[in-house]
Design a protein around this ligand. Sequence first.
Ligand SMILES: Nc1ncnc2c1ncn2[C@@H]1O[C@H](COP(=O)(O)OP(=O)(O)OP(=O)(O)O)[C@@H](O)[C@H]1O
Length: 252
Amino acid sequence: MKRQAFPEQQVSATVRLERVSKVHGSGVAGVTALDDVTVAFPTGSFTAVMGPSGSGKSTLLQCAAGLMRPTSGRVLLDDNPLEGLSEKESADVRRERIGFVFQAFNLLPALTALENITLPFRLSKRKPDQQWLEALLSVTGIAEHVARHPHELSGGQQQRVAICRALAPRPHVVFADEPTGNLDTRSGREILSLMRAIVDRLQQTVIMVTHDPGAASYADSIIFLADGRVAEMTGRLAAADVAERLTRLGDG
Ligand SMILES: Nc1ncnc2c1ncn2[C@@H]1O[C@H](COP(=O)(O)OP(=O)(O)OP(=O)(O)O)[C@@H](O)[C@H]1O
């Protein structure tokens, strides 16, 4: 019988890193990007990952999302270790359990908003849950724009479509890498409010890497990295307090 990578009875959506280290390259040229990091991302919460440039944020996100294998330690999704999965199993986990939102919206220009959102389903010959899709289109304010193409949408609207696409398969966790990096301040704040609503109203788990103290102030908790280590973990903070801590860590 085919081994199931993630048994269905496992419903906890917590991501955990246990003593994760990642060395890029090897020998004297090796760079330790993560150094013995242990963190948990609780179910239904919004966590921001911050830190100076080169502190290991992208490496943490890629390890946590199963896009990169740690050099040592392990990553658990829904209490199941990602290590030991075949490439195909890893790809299945990413498709079914993990949503991604990037700085660049990565929409296909020839498709409408709705076609972009449902493309992953068409490619894997599955059907979206219509009720969930309608809830998403409503929460994100995209319902009235579904027939438009990306060039007929503002940057903020395009990111809303990308968020719908990420959430359509009902992932257990959404990773957002600088989701407001391509937006003006006002559109960026709207996207952050939307991500807050996704956590509060749809009980999604969101993990966001950001440079922006204002963006981090929307999160329930903040993990500050410095030199590949967790320097500090806090609850919700105002933007000014986030900026002050970043300055102390050598950024900003
Ligand atoms: N593929 C790689 N090969 C070698 N070194 C790498 C590689 N990727 C990252 N690094 C190094 O690992 C460290 C952490 O990089 P990472 O990109 O995770 O940091 P970051 O906090 O996301 O930085 P930024 O805010 O600038 O995007 C840095 O010193 C970086 O130069």
